[in-house]
Design a protein around this ligand. Structure first.
Ligand SMILES: Cc1ncc(COP(=O)(O)O)c(C=O)c1O
Length: 419
């Protein structure tokens, strides 16, 4: 018999295999200091482009005060138990009501984490005869939710509405054959890697020809898109036709937790049947108090969203003018596509950090095809024009070096923390 532990340590996985050279630098870096446009990394000040603190709320004085007041008044323990048993409170219900009204749905349910929340939503609402039709570039939490789904699933090519219709055709035929089940379409408001908005309006239009319910994960759209910041559905004018609207609090709200909003009857069904919430302790009170404050700021300070967009557009325009390929983003997420191997990408990241003091995330093989690199920049309302100028200059210079072969190393630079 094989020993499971033996197998694990023979192969640490695609990123784990590099841990001895990468840990603490390329993976598991420690950003220190107040969350903002500039933070410290290994003792040096960096311009940080890796945090989804879109509106700059993480360090807003009112947010910090309400987080502290919530902790002083209630502590992390309250309320004890799962919502259904003993962990409910007026504040939890107030936050649900305010979120629902903000995203123009009848009701909403809080979740402790978005990842679990989406997985468990799929599990709660889909039976074995139901068919899920979903976008090929869906976030890992959607993919993992599908692992819990005992029925069929059909994937459509990323943001390809014609292919979505084709998969709906297949799903409809299967359901007719089974004589049972329904269809759930899942997509995202904004795809977090490439920054392109999900084609929600076009997918909604498919309802004229196919019967389905639509679940949208709007983690990156909530707070950043739409006239009031209510997200990609509002931006595209189709919020009413999104049956279930989801967002995490981990991005624009700079917090922890998530919510799912929709018709009262269905949210109530989910409330009584979602395993990740029924069998887990409810969100601690300071989080709920802190999230109420964040929501208030998000709704009432649209100048933060305007600043975010002004920064994002300056950054994106500057990159395009300098000949960078930023793909199809129509959100604030700003990818930069380049060519190179994993080792080259890490050498360039090291140069960016050590010599230009720019901290951004990279995406490499096997997440994307071999030979491609994506640098992913997340602008926030907290960035300044100087941050943008310095970053553009740094990318222009490092791109030239990359193209001249200056980063061609045979191994990932050894930058690991002593462990
Ligand atoms: C699209 C999307 N959905 C869900 C999640 C998970 O949310 P959480 O961090 O609240 O678990 C993320 C990442 O945070 C995300 O980017």
């Amino acid at each position: 018999m094989a020993d499971i532990f033996d197998r694990l340590i023979k192969n640490y996985g695609p990123i784990g295999q590099h841990r001895e050279r990468a840990h603490g630098y390329f993976a598991f870096p420690k950003l220190e200091g107040e969350i903002g446009n500039r933070m410290r990394f290994r003792g040096k000040e960096m311009i940080v482009w890796s945090l989804n603190n879109y509106l700059g709320l993480a360090n807003h004085p009112e947010v910090r005060k309400s987080d502290a007041d919530g902790a002083t008044e209630y502590g992390l323990a309250l309320p004890m138990g799962a919502r259904m048993m003993s962990g409910n409170s007026n504040f939890h219900e107030q936050l649900e009501a305010e979120l629902a009204s903000f995203v123009e749905k009848e009701d909403s349910i809080l979740m402790n984490y978005g990842y679990q929340g989406i997985m468990s939503t799929i599990d709660a609402i889909c039976g074995r005869h139901d068919v899920v039709v979903y976008d090929a570039e869906s976030h890992a939490c959607i993919i993992d939710g599908l692992r819990l789904h005992p029925g069929h699933r059909y994937v459509f090519k990323h943001n390809d509405v014609a292919d979505c219709a084709k998969q709906l055709e297949r799903a409809t035929a299967l359901i007719e054959k089974q004589n049972s089940g329904g269809i759930l379409v899942i997509t995202e408001g904004v795809f977090g890697m490439a920054g392109d908005q999900g084609k929600l309006k076009e997918i909604v239009a498919l309802k004229a020809n196919y019967d389905f319910r639509l679940l949208v994960d709007d983690a990156h759209g909530f707070g950043t898109l739409g006239k009031t910041g209510a997200g990609a559905g509002e931006e595209q004018g189709c919020q009413n036709e999104i049956d279930l609207y989801f967002s995490t609090f981990a991005k624009s709200m700079a917090s922890i937790g998530a919510f799912l909003a929709g018709p009262k009857t269905i949210i109530d069904y989910i409330r009584y049947n979602i395993r990740s919430q029924i069998f887990a302790k409810s969100l601690p009170m300071p989080y709920v108090i802190g999230n109420l404050k964040r929501l208030e700021l998000l709704r009432n300070h649209l100048e933060l969203k305007d600043k975010l967009w002004s920064n994002a557009l300056k950054l994106q325009k500057g990159l395009k003018e300098r000949g960078f390929d930023i793909g199809k983003t129509d959100s604030v997420v700003t990818p930069i596509y380049m060519k190179g191997g994993v080792e080259e990408a890490t050498a360039m990241v090291m140069d960016l950090r050590e010599n230009y003091h720019i901290f951004c995330s990279i995406v490499v093989y096997p997440v994307i095809p071999k030979g491609h690199i994506i640098y992913r920049l997340i602008p926030t309302a907290a960035h300044t024009d100087i941050d943008i100028e310095e970053t553009l200059k740094a990318f222009s210079e490092t791109k030239e070096k990359l193209e001249a072969g200056a980063y061609q190393v045979t191994m990932i630079p050894d930058m690991a923390d002593a462990r």
